[in-house]
Design a protein around this ligand. Structure first.
Ligand SMILES: [Zn+2]
Length: 318
């Protein structure tokens, strides 16, 4: 399995987020990716390739050009050490701009698109190791550590070649991804996440959101309570996979967040380390060309092990 990765992300290094009015250490840190890469190398995932550079038009065909230009221009004019919280084009207090945010976010999109192109060209499984993550990024705003929506941009690219299902397994609902495809039937968005009435992003991810217009019936949300166990999660995952199978997509994209882990400092489910292998195995039973896009997951010490488990499970069907 090829892994798409570059070191540019490490330049995007915010120092703090604002939680409940207080400055807290930034949870979406570069050490997350270092943990994953080390674990991959230690477990014979050695096909690590650099991303290609894609035109920014892939980003602006989904994100508003004023938003894209703002991120590009504003970051260029920041000092090296500055964390800047703009008062517009942002939905929370966790997603500051730094001097290197634009280049890192653009690189993350290229990592996703490089994976999408390989899948389109016939690879069975690809892991795009994106940072910053993307699924909370909306048409005109950043949020939840996300700036450009890597998964949505990759899915939009793949949709030119056949129907796409996006399975979002991050602990948080992917509000941005859902909104990009809410009126489309060629991309089916299906998400398993924490009940948004108690956890971020609060504004979306409820059961009654099912798409509208041509997209009616092509959004599916499975909000779950805090402390959800492996067994309860598995029951929901099986339902989600059945729905994906009935849709008969040409490609599957997994928005893979690992903040569902029981020890994750931000999440609140009770999934155990070993269970991620089974999640991968169950997804592989769809036998679809599958692009895995990295989203959240904040337990730095165990994150690499969890990702390896998941990818080994997915790979078991090859
Ligand atoms: Zn998350």
């Amino acid at each position: 399995m090829k892994i798409i990765h570059s070191n540019i992300h490490a330049k995007h290094n915010p120092k703090y987020e604002i939680y409940d009015g207080k400055k807290e250490p930034y949870a979406e840190k570069k050490a997350r990716i270092e943990s994953i890469i080390t674990a991959l190398r230690n477990n014979n995932f050695n096909e690590i390739v650099k991303p290609k550079e894609f035109s920014a038009s892939h980003i602006t065909s989904l994100h508003h050009s004023a938003y894209f230009n703002f991120i590009e221009y504003r970051t260029r004019h920041l000092n090296d050490e500055e964390d800047f919280y703009p008062s517009y084009f942002i939905m929370d207090t966790y997603t500051p701009l730094t001097k290197y945010t634009f280049i890192a976010a653009k690189e993350a999109v290229d990592i996703a698109l490089t994976g999408a192109e390989l899948i389109k060209n016939g690879e069975k499984y690809i892991y795009s190791l994106c940072r910053p993550p993307g699924h909370h990024a909306e048409k005109k705003s950043s949020g939840g550590y996300c700036y450009f929506n890597n998964a949505a941009i990759a899915a939009d690219y793949l949709s030119s070649f056949g129907k796409v299902a996006i399975l979002d397994i991050d602990f948080h609902h992917g509000n941005g991804t859902q909104n990009f495809f809410y009126e489309r039937s060629d991309v089916y968005y299906i998400s398993i996440h924490a009940d948004p009435s108690v956890r971020f992003p609060y504004i979306s991810g409820f059961k009654n959101e099912m798409g509208t217009g041509k997209g009616k019936g092509y959004t599916k949300n499975y909000p779950l309570p805090l402390k959800t166990s492996d067994d309860e999660y598995k029951k929901t995952l099986l339902k989600a996979l059945k729905n994906i199978d009935s849709y008969s997509p040409k490609f599957l994209l997994v928005s893979a967040g690992f903040d569902t882990y029981e020890k994750d400092p931000i999440g609140g489910f009770a999934l155990t380390k070993g269970f991620y292998k089974e999640i991968g195995e169950l997804i592989s039973k769809l036998e679809l060309p599958t692009l895995v896009i990295q989203e959240g997951g904040y337990h730095v010490n165990d994150l690499g092990y969890i990702v390896v488990n998941f990818l080994q499970g997915l790979n078991s069907n090859l």
